[in-house]
Design a protein. Sequence first.
Length: 186
Amino acid sequence: MKKIIFILLAGLLSLKGYGQENMPRKSEIRVGYGLVPVQEIGTMLGDGIFMGLLGREVEHSSGTGTFTMGYSLNLNKRLSVGVDGFYGKNTVSYKDDLGDSKWSVYGGLVNMQYSYLNKTKLNLYGKGGLGYARYNNRQKENKENFGALSYQFTPIAIRYGNKVGIYGEFGFGYLGIANVGISFKL
């Protein structure tokens, strides 16, 4: 009888230790930079197509990309929820007297992330998010502010590192078609 109890206790202790060994850290903070966010794609297409139809010719267009910051909380080994904030701006110069168009956009997203592969130092995942974006547009004396739905769809992303890591996310939306940065697991 003592041998059976000893074997059962040893088995339970080994299962408990095994389960705790692979548990991911509870939360993560990210800081990154997004290349070619959707608002810059809209500016390029809008200026190239629609302004050409209106007779306005673009001389120069430049943007900052998107600066991002985020926080996520692991619900389990595969699923996490979080928030991302973003900021970017763009300037478009026209070959006419109406002046340059300058806009900035900031906002936030609520997102969900699913890990396809979650190893100690390597994480392959995808995520999607919805939120709100605030646009501030100025052209000469005219100012326009408006809100819009913000979104990000990232089917493939990778993070490498343990407590401190680097990441690259590839998708479409307000965080950019490629978003790279550093993350800290808490």
